[in-house]
Design a protein around this ligand. Structure first.
Ligand code: FE
Length: 227
């Protein structure tokens, strides 16, 4: 069985949000898809250990922000690699709320959808939530971020709690690859980190001391050589 076949499935990148009383929370997910037309329904898959899972079960509502390609990696890191149990993820973020009080990203999303829960399906590590769309708005023109774009162009990473997480293989044409032990971001010397002025071909050892993980902000000490 070759699990690399799963790399051929295409996905998007979304911020899923929900609330619990007055508290709001959100997380990044790559699995959002339309199920039916009439009534219009969508499904999402959320790890049972994530706070957002608990919030959706409590409020029986969730919202989806469809992220634009330009969405900065640190924002994805903030929602994808940190837990709302430790912090208020929305504290320093520009957001608006839907008519039912669910947050969505007004700057980074090109559209949002709001849904009320109609069914939840136990899928082992994850819950599949099926929701009927009760609100939706296109915010602006732009390209939605695909999962492939996130990985190949933005050099984003996948946390082990995601349904699509697969341990990567070592690759070292231009020096060793290093992985961030916090978020799973991989530094590939062949690609460098152009968004932070690190030219392709820069070995990990030659990164400046003040370079930090472009996804989660961890410093160089948090990185391990991929063996
Ligand atoms: Fe990181």
């Amino acid at each position: 069985m070759d699990l690399k076949t799963l790399h051929s499935i295409s996905y998007g990148l979304y911020l899923i949000t929900s609330k619990y009383g007055e508290r709001i929370n959100g997380q990044i997910a790559n699995t959002v898809f339309q199920i039916s037309n009439d009534p219009p329904t969508i499904a999402i898959s959320i790890n049972k250990q994530n706070l957002t899972n608990e919030f959706i079960k409590n409020s029986r509502m969730f919202a989806v922000s469809i992220l634009a390609e330009e969405t900065p990696l640190p924002l994805i890191g903030q929602f994808g690699f940190k837990s709302g149990r430790d912090m208020d993820k929305f504290a320093d973020v520009n957001y608006k709320t839907t008519t039912h009080g669910l947050p969505y990203l007004e700057d980074e999303a090109i559209a949002y959808i709001e849904a009320k829960l109609v069914q939840d399906v136990d899928a082992g590590t994850h819950t599949i939530f099926i929701g009927e769309i009760i609100g939706a708005e296109v915010l602006r023109k732009g390209n939605p971020m695909t999962y492939a774009y996130y990985h190949q162009v933005k050099k984003g990473s996948t946390p082990p709690s995601a349904p699509t997480y697969i341990k990567s293989e070592r690759r070292s044409e231009m020096g060793d690859k290093y992985v961030c032990t916090f978020c799973g971001y991989e530094y590939d010397p062949e690609a460098g980190d152009p968004e932070n002025n690190i030219a392709p071909g820069t070995a990990f050892e030659n990164l400046p001391d003040d370079w930090v993980c472009p996804v989660c902000g961890a410093d160089k000490d948090a990185f391990e050589k991929i063996a």
